[in-house]
Design a protein around this ligand. Structure first.
Ligand code: GLA
Length: 718
């Protein structure tokens, strides 16, 4: 006889179904069920993952499936979730269900499942978290043993998920410096496809650690069944998609085990990072909105708080500045009306002045000839002008031409008996060494203690790991990639313990670090050094699938041939707007436009930062891009319409808006117009029902369509 108990807590339900032969463990979010069952052989199976089943009776019927945390070395012939070589040399593991606990804390449900090897003293705890309202599930594992000697782990996934579909479609986001997050769709075929990084630092240089897996057909923005997945880990990652001879797909996610066998001591815990995913049967748009909400509520530092608009000096000056020049730039920030001035690279180094990227990195003292009165003076001058002051750091790195390198040549990752391999003339510090951790912490802490007014940091990381070897780790070289990331988190934990809310931008030679493991410490990230408006439409489009607009720094610079300031501004407004430009070179009209744009942005940015994103027309499909942000109450929306490089063949049809309330009435009004220009849309400033806007739609391109033009519309409930 089957016995089951239902536990109702607030709106949430845990269902624990118990029978003589099997127990079910059910994780439920608003629209999703993940059902695991224990078989007669005591192993744990994934019996269901998909749309929420509405009747508890249906849940009881689920059984069997495929093994949740498949082990290596026994009868399994496919990619395992875990592979271990025991102290006695036995290279196999068997995991049986031992027990589980469930807990509900408001919106989040927690399930911990203990699996044990019946022969060896090895325990694996699988941890699931369900974010009910956001429809997001995270999972990871903690591995532990009590053998007499260490065991060797050669695979240690965060999760393994199983799918049964006719066809499988993968969407990935790859790139390089200045061309990040290109979206590519492909059908998966039998065999293995990996999306991964082996770069250590600057780990997402070539690959964003995120994907869509669509089932049966490629999902669109508004239709199709898929999961969107990403890993919260600022290091080497791997997503393995394996289709077997029966067309079943296994999706393994976790740290990339490449060159990273891990020797686990008795009693030591090995905790994997979280695999984060959402299931949607309404296409990619819904999946993005789920992740954005989860990110703002739980994953990004201060995800619900306002961000600072800023003027950065990198593109405006590069390394060539001094105190006077910077203070002049402060005036530009004040004129624009932004909140903060961000001083970029080049402000430090004395024995080896940082006048180019060839020297000085590691010597974080103000350069006396550029800044004779130190950062303190800059903070004071900024404060006088009513703006805040922020500063660039690249604390994990060093130039050989630096005092730091000369004093601590052993603090560097470098191979013995081999030449050092420089990238951007620099080397990676050995963060696994506690002395290096103390140094990095002391740089940040010292700067903030000495200059109390520093209100923002840009934390850069301009190279990946090559020829990597840690003098500190000695014989444990295969721990290097993992330990580096763990130690980075240790340092960031210390910084956040002392400075819990200081806004810090995550940057890595453009978008080389874009993951939710890091974003719990950072308020935003720098998607790319490419700030050309046209290119940014695509780059921001790619990242927008996984990261909300308030995390995506988007600066207006002088990049972008043939693009008006208005076009570049409209593109930056769809993210976290900033400037990196010489304001004193603006024409009076450009200055007026930019001042008004900042004011407008400050008025509407809550909708962009906190609203739901609807990608309506893709630049991958047409020579235009249309996106829309809608606030929670559906009382306000901001629509961005970008025209790319138009060709004669292009026909731009009416655009049906999304995400509004059909019953409400809305005024449709163009904003952010350049001085002296008027809205040319006959529908401008008219009132429509939400139903009309979403069913009939509007013509967003009346009249002659010009390349590289754009409009921003504010849609407000009447
Ligand atoms: C990296 C960053 C840039 C800038 C430079 C400074 O390339 O992505 O924004 O800060 O470093 O050297």
């Amino acid at each position: 006889m089957i016995k089951y108990s239902l536990l109702f807590i607030c709106n949430f339900i845990f269902v624990v179904v118990l029978s003589q032969s099997q127990a079910s463990i059910v994780l439920q979010t608003k629209n999703t069920h993940l059902v695991l069952t224990v078989g007669n052989n005591h192993r744990l199976y994934q019996s269901y993952l998909g749309a929420r089943l509405t009747s508890p009776g249906d849940l009881e019927k689920l059984s069997g499936g495929r093994e949740v945390y498949l082990t290596g070395g026994m009868e399994n012939q496919f990619e395992p979730a875990i592979r271990m070589v025991h102290a006695d040399g036995n290279p196999s593991l068997e995991l049986e269900y031992a027990s589980h606990t469930t807990e509900q804390k408001e919106n989040v449900s927690y399930i911990n499942i203990i699996l044990k090897d019946p022969v060896y003293p090895v325990k694996v705890q699988l941890q699931y978290r369900g974010y009910f309202n956001e429809d997001v599930i995270t999972c990871n594992a903690t591995i532990q043993h009590h053998e007499k000697k260490p065991v060797r782990l050669t695979q240690y996934a965060s999760s393994l998920l199983h799918f049964n579909a006719g066809t499988y479609w993968l969407t990935q986001f790859h790139g390089d410096w200045a061309r990040e997050a290109n979206m590519v769709d492909e059908q998966l075929t039998n065999g293995i496809k990996n999306i991964e990084s082996k770069l250590g630092t600057r780990t997402n240089f070539y690959q964003t650690p995120a994907f869509f897996l669509s089932l049966d057909k490629p999902a669109t923005e508004t239709s199709g069944e898929l999961i969107a997945g990403t890993l919260g880990w600022t290091g080497n990652f791997q997503f393995t998609f394996e289709i077997d001879q029966r067309n079943q797909l296994r999706l393994r996610s976790g740290i990339n085990p490449f060159a990273s066998d891990y020797t686990l001591n008795p009693g030591e815990l090995f905790t994997t990072p979280e695999f984060i995913f959402t299931y949607s049967n309404q296409g990619k748009g819904q999946a993005s909105r789920n992740l954005h909400r989860w990110a703002r509520n739980y994953a990004v530092l201060d995800g619900k708080s306002p961000r600072l608009t800023l003027l950065n000096n990198w593109e405006a000056t590069y390394f060539n500045f001094n105190e006077t020049k910077l203070i002049e730039l402060f005036d530009g920030a004040k004129q624009l009306g932004v909140d903060l001035f961000l001083l970029d690279d080049g402000w430090f180094g004395n024995t080896f002045p940082r006048d180019s990227d060839k020297a000085g990195l590691g010597d974080w003292q103000e350069n006396k000839s550029k800044l004779p009165n130190g950062i303190g003076r800059l903070v004071a001058e900024a404060t006088k002008r009513g703006i805040k002051f922020g500063i660039w750091l690249e604390p994990e790195m060093v130039n050989p031409k630096s005092d730091l390198y000369q004093q601590h040549p052993d603090w560097i990752l470098r191979l013995p008996n081999r030449a050092v391999h420089l990238a951007r003339n620099q080397l990676v510090l050995d963060l696994t060494n506690p002395k290096v951790q103390d140094f990095v912490f002391s740089i940040v802490d010292g700067l903030l203690t000495k200059n109390l007014g520093v209100a923002f940091i840009k934390w850069d990381c301009n190279r990946s790991m090559t020829n990597a070897y840690s003098a500190y780790l000695k014989e444990k070289q295969s721990h290097l990639f993992i330990e580096y990331t763990r130690c980075l988190y240790k340092v960031l934990d210390r910084i956040r313990a002392r400075y819990p809310h200081l806004p810090i931008m995550l940057c890595s030679g453009g978008g080389g670090r874009t993951d939710y493991g890091a974003l719990k410490y950072f308020t935003e990230f720098w998607p790319s050094d490419n700030t050309d408006g046209l290119e940014r439409i695509f780059i921001q489009w790619g990242y927008s699938y996984f990261f909300p607009a308030n995390t995506m720094a988007a600066h207006i610079t002088s990049m972008g041939k043939g693009q008006s300031l208005k076009f570049r501004t409209d593109v930056a407004m769809a993210g976290k707007l900033g400037y990196d430009i010489r304001v004193n070179e603006f024409t009076p009209q450009e200055l007026q436009f930019s001042q008004e744009a900042v004011t407008t942005y400050k008025r509407i940015n809550d909708v962009i930062w906190q609203g739901d994103l609807y990608r309506i027309i893709s630049p991958y499909e047409e020579n235009r891009a249309v996106t829309m942000y809608v606030n929670d109450k559906k009382s306000k929306a901001i629509l961005f319409n970008y025209i790319l490089n138009v060709r004669r063949k292009d026909i731009f049809t009416r655009v049906q808006l999304q995400g509004l309330d059909a019953q409400k009435k809305y005024r449709f009004k163009e904003i952010n117009l350049f001085p002296g220009t008027k809205a040319n849309n006959p529908d401008n400033d008219k009132v429509f029902t939400g139903d009309y806007l979403m069913t009939v739609g509007l013509n967003l391109t009346p009249g002659k369509v010009l390349s590289l033009t754009s409009n921003v519309y504010e849609i407000t409930e009447e």
